[in-house]
Design a protein around this ligand. Structure first.
Ligand SMILES: [Zn+2]
Length: 211
């Protein structure tokens, strides 16, 4: 039996890195527990983790930096995260998404183009979250090396879409690049003829990620 109130662990996954800059809680604000239980997921398959995880925004980084609202698709041209993608990648994504839609598979974009500032924020958060720069590098690139900042990568979900891409992505030149990031796709036109290249185990094995 629990003999105390539930902890707030889930709400405080991240240590606050900058106590001085921590968001002040207005004195009038009363902490509110979410009244309802967990929302029912649309399917029994859990959504893939975001790449990288989406942390609460602190107000400085927003849509203009490539933050994507929930439900974003490859057709949302008004969002910088989509509009600033490499045209060849975006074209391939839209062709694939149209094809997948015929099988009732919808691609959602969990991350696309990112500004250097957004990428840097994600990197700093990852260093805190993973405990070291070396471990963070397995998941989040620097602004200088990130293929998201270059507009050359998208993160796709949910698993149903990823399943579809595993089976058909190479027909459109869309390839998973890293073994540890099933959601991260880039454009490899040669894949249409010869299949996707062998994946890197993780980004630290990618020569492009070397400082
Ligand atoms: Zn990615």
């Amino acid at each position: 039996m629990l003999d105390g109130p539930p902890t707030e662990t889930a709400l405080t996954l991240l240590p606050s890195p900058q106590p001085a800059a921590a968001t002040a809680v207005p004195a009038t604000a009363t902490p509110q527990l979410e009244a309802t239980s967990e929302p029912t997921p649309p399917s029994e398959i859990p959504a893939p983790p975001n790449d990288p995880p989406q942390f609460a925004q602190d107000g400085e980084i927003g849509i203009a930096d490539g933050v994507v609202p929930e439900g974003t698709t490859v057709f949302d041209s008004d969002l910088p995260a989509i509009a600033n993608l490499d045209p060849a990648l975006l074209h391939a994504l839209r062709q694939a998404a149209n094809d997948a839609a015929e099988n009732d598979v919808v691609f959602y974009v969990t991350s696309g183009w990112r500004s250097p500032a957004y990428q840097n924020q994600l990197l700093q958060e990852a260093i805190i979250n993973y405990g070291s720069e070396a471990e963070a590098a397995r998941w989040v690139a620097s602004p200088a090396t990130s293929t998201h900042v270059a507009g050359l990568a998208v993160d796709i979900g949910p698993y149903k879409a990823l399943d579809w891409l595993i089976q058909h992505g190479d027909n459109f030149g869309l390839c998973q690049i890293y073994g540890n990031e099933v959601w991260h796709y880039e454009y490899r036109p040669e894949a249409i003829e010869s299949g996707c290249p062998e994946m890197y185990l993780d980004p630290t094995h990618d020569p492009r990620m070397q400082p």
